[in-house]
Ligand binder design. Structure first.
Ligand code: FES
Ligand code: FE2
Length: 374
């Protein structure tokens, strides 16, 4: 995910972004097609565009003015008239696979990306229940942790730690027990499908089968004795949060109680469907010991002050949960670096998904090594 779809809503709109060190321009051409092109000039590697905006005729390099169309094809290169065998129109900035889906633009640089429709399929089924059109952007957050990305990813794959790390979540022990892998059929709307709450490796084997997409179901609400309850009390509310902050109208009863976490590999994106809206978490590895975490919140537009305050409080609460995970995994990173740790055991009922993920991940690493050797 490289940016919001509304940044390229109109012909000529563009934005620039760096994805794992690769400068990219996303632009909508005058015919309406969206392109992702390299933002590295073919002359001497300067940026062809900066920031975001709208441009009728494409881009002109900042360094010596070579110009390109929205799709990265060359237009003109003044000063190059005398160059032999040189045709500006034959230039083409490298193009990358790009897709606009719901609120976002997705880019897959390099080859080997999975088919986008398959990659997003389970998430798309779930999104269809959340009236995405009515969700508005409620802010984002970007921070860097001094650890390997996989530690955060691991924490997102089990709720064993929830009672210890997130005491502000209601009934944290039952959360840990009820945190289950959901069968993909269920994520796709078949409520009769097996819940799979008892996470044996067989049950979450679909982590591989469903094209490396997995999902989890978990009831997670603020603890009435936690910090969130003070906001509710200030509003004259009850400790029963849902009495004054109903779930989204569009949801079916079960979804009003559930939080769904959908992980999409590769890509390290993590969609969190909530009774109140949607969170998106992206893990961006900077290098093997630094990870950028990018978080977005999407909720419906509400007009009453108390509703707005509750939405804001929920975001503060969500960020607090993320900070708790960040602080704990930072300590884990210190432990891993110490040389005093080799391997440990997984809890059979509560770390089944984590186990399945690690098996899958090792397979990917091995396949990558074999490709390199070949
Ligand atoms: S580097 Fe782009 S025109 Fe020279
Ligand atoms: Fe956590």
């Amino acid at each position: 995910m490289v940016g919001h779809a509304d940044k390229v809503a109109n012909p000529g709109d563009y934005f620039t972004v760096e994805l794992l060190g690769l400068p990219i321009i996303v632009a909508r051409d005058r015919k309406g097609d969206v392109h992702a092109i390299s933002n590295v000039c073919l002359h001497r590697a300067a940026p062809v565009a900066v920031g975001e905006g709208n441009t009728k005729f494409g881009f002109s390099c900042l360094y010596h003015g070579w110009s390109y169309n929205h799709d990265g094809s060359g237009r003109s290169c003044s000063g190059m008239e005398d160059a032999a065998d040189f045709d500006p129109k034959a230039l083409q900035l490298p193009k990358y696979e790009v897709r606009v889906w719901e609120k976002w633009v997705f880019v897959a640089p390099g080859g080997g990306a999975p088919d986008f429709d398959e990659w997003i399929e389970t998430t798309a089924f779930r999104a269809a229940r959340y009236n995405m059109g009515e969700l508005e952007f409620h802010g984002a957050r970007r921070y860097v942790l001094d650890l390997n990305w996989k530690l955060i990813n691991d924490a997102n794959h089990e709720a064993y730690h929830v009672p210890f790390v997130h005491p502000g979540l209601v009934n944290a022990y039952s959360v840990a027990k009820n945190y289950g892998v959901v069968d993909p059929d269920e994520l796709r709307g078949n409520d009769d499908a097996d819940r799979g709450a008892n996470m044996s490796p067989d049950v979450n084997g679909y982590t591989h089968m469903a094209n490396e997409i997995s999902g989890e179901l978990l009831a997670m609400e603020p603890n009435p004795r936690g910090p969130f309850s003070k906001v509710i009390a200030a509003l004259g509310g009850t400790s029963d949060y849902r009495k004054i902050k109903p779930a989204l109208d569009c949801l079916q009863d079960r979804d009003k109680l559930a939080h769904y976490f959908l992980f999409n590999w590769p890509g390290l994106s993590h969609f969190h469907f909530m009774p109140d809206g949607l969170g998106l978490i992206l893990l961006v590895p900077i290098d093997h010991e630094h990870t950028e975490v990018y978080v977005e919140w999407w909720m419906p537009k509400v007009s009453r002050f108390d509703e707005r305050l509750l939405q804001a409080a929920l975001i503060v609460f969500g960020n607090q949960i993320l900070d708790e995970d960040g602080a704990m995994t930072q300590l884990v990173w210190t432990g891993l670096q110490s040389g005093a740790y080799d391997t440990g055991r997984f809890a059979p009922t509560m770390e089944g998904l984590l186990y399945a993920y690690n098996v899958w991940y090792i397979e990917q690493l091995q396949a990558g090594l074999e490709r390199e050797e070949a």
